[in-house]
Ligand binder design. Structure first.
Ligand code: PMP
Length: 396
């Protein structure tokens, strides 16, 4: 290894470890279901984004296995060079139907999708109005586009309107886009999409909603845009195939012309091979299941309401989440870490989220009850919360 790299790595890794900021990743010994085994012991898993439990669903496994038998394990090359397999086309048609749009395009991940879509449309002569709490992949996608990035205060519609007006009246930009998460992943609050659409209409903004945490959850599964009936007003509906859909990949759903443009101008589509046939087939199956029945979505909400109420009744601060994302806000960083560690020792797997992911002093343990949890599992988790909360003096 070169000396300069060696020095860089040693210095920075030591520094991170000394500050307690080096994130040790656990090895999970069982599939990612509601119960996982870590360090040889079973835990109730409240850390996944596997909202509907589809990551381990038998029907998705079968679809993936059938696709492997029919198509093999890899796509062969990027789609523009080697052609598109029917499984990828089927996935995109199914996603468009699910989202209520003319067309859809899939990418290798949700992260990749934001890198691809923003920079395919925006450039250095443009401006992007971005909610200050937007996901890292949106921030990176905006940076990659070289557009002027104007952050607005989180879900503050007065601030958005003021900044949209200033940007619009300045005459400095060819195009202006407003970007928001549909559901914010740390607090579980929903973006104010009707107001955003209204402001976008007033100032001729392109609208972009990353609904990674809304799809499969809101709008009876079809997402935040559908919940508000704004399919015609939102230009870009972004989603991931890795959370409620349970597989891997990302997508943009929108008008056919937009998707046509992304197929010729988004670099991760042009220069990176698509998800495997197994991924595409399993994700297609997941979307079909969600369109056929809202049963899993209803179970998710039942479980989420049950778990949230139980924590609230115990006296925990669960913030103002409007979705299954259930933050249990502890505050001080070290206490939050200790709380999560004690939950782990008692058989609950729920991770501490602290600064810099969330503001200082708002450390929390983030819980994700899913459709796959049974009431018995949730009751056990709540009992552990009560025990540890009382022991640490967080609740009375
Ligand atoms: N956007 C948002 C809002 C997300 O929460 C995430 C996942 N953390 C992503 C994009 C990235 O999705 P993926 O894991 O599919 O790359």
């Amino acid at each position: 290894m070169s000396k300069v790299l060696q020095q860089f790595l040693t210095e920075n890794l030591t520094d991170l470890r000394n500050q307690g900021l080096y994130n040790e990743i656990d090895t999970v010994e069982t599939p990612n279901g509601p119960i996982i085994s870590v360090k040889g012991k079973e835990h109730i898993n409240l850390s996944s984004n596997n909202y509907l439990g589809l990551a381990t669903d038998e029907r998705l496994r079968e679809a993936a296995l059938d696709a492997i038998r029919k198509w093999g394990v890899g796509a062969g090359a990027v789609r523009t060079i080697n052609g598109t397999l029917e499984v990828h086309e089927k996935l995109e048609e199914t996603l468009a139907a699910f989202k209520g749009t003319e067309a859809a395009i899939s990418f290798q991940s949700g992260f990749n999708c934001n890198m691809a879509a923003i920079s395919a449309v925006m450039d250095k002569n443009d401006a992007i109005l971005s909610d200050e709490l937007n996901h890292a992949s949106i921030i990176d996608g905006c940076r990659l586009s070289r557009a002027k990035i104007i952050r607005f205060n989180h879900s503050d519609m007065d601030d958005l309107r003021r900044q949209a007006k200033t940007a619009n009246e300045s005459g400095s930009y060819n195009k202006i886009m407003v970007i928001t998460d549909g559901v914010f992943s740390m607090d579980g609050d929903i973006a104010k999409l009707p107001e955003i659409a209204e402001i976008a209409d007033e100032f001729d903004l392109i609208t972009y909603v990353d609904d990674a945490h809304g799809s499969g959850v809101l709008g009876k599964g079809a997402g935040t845009v559908k919940q508000f009936g704004l399919q015609e007003q939102i230009d870009f509906q972004i989603g991931t195939l890795s959370k409620a859909i349970g597989v891997v990949g990302g997508y943009v759903a929108g008008k056919k012309e937009l998707i046509d443009w992304l197929k010729v101008r988004s670099r991760p589509f042009l220069f990176s091979t698509a998800v495997t046939p197994a991924d595409a087939a399993a994700a297609t199956k997941a979307v079909e299941l969600m369109m056929d029945s809202t049963e899993l979505n209803e179970r998710l909400w039942d479980n989420a309401d049950y778990f949230k109420n139980a924590l609230k009744n115990l006296g925990f601060n669960i913030g103002d989440s409007e979705t299954p994302i259930t933050p249990c806000i502890i505050g001080e960083e070290k206490t939050t870490q200790t709380f999560s560690k004690r939950l782990f020792e008692e058989g609950v797997y729920a991770k501490a989220i602290v600064f810099p992911t969330v503001p200082k002093g708002t450390g929390r343990v983030r819980n994700m009850p899913t459709a796959a949890h049974t009431r018995e599992m949730l009751d056990k988790a709540v009992a552990v919360y009560e025990k540890v909360g009382k022991e640490m003096g967080i609740i009375q």
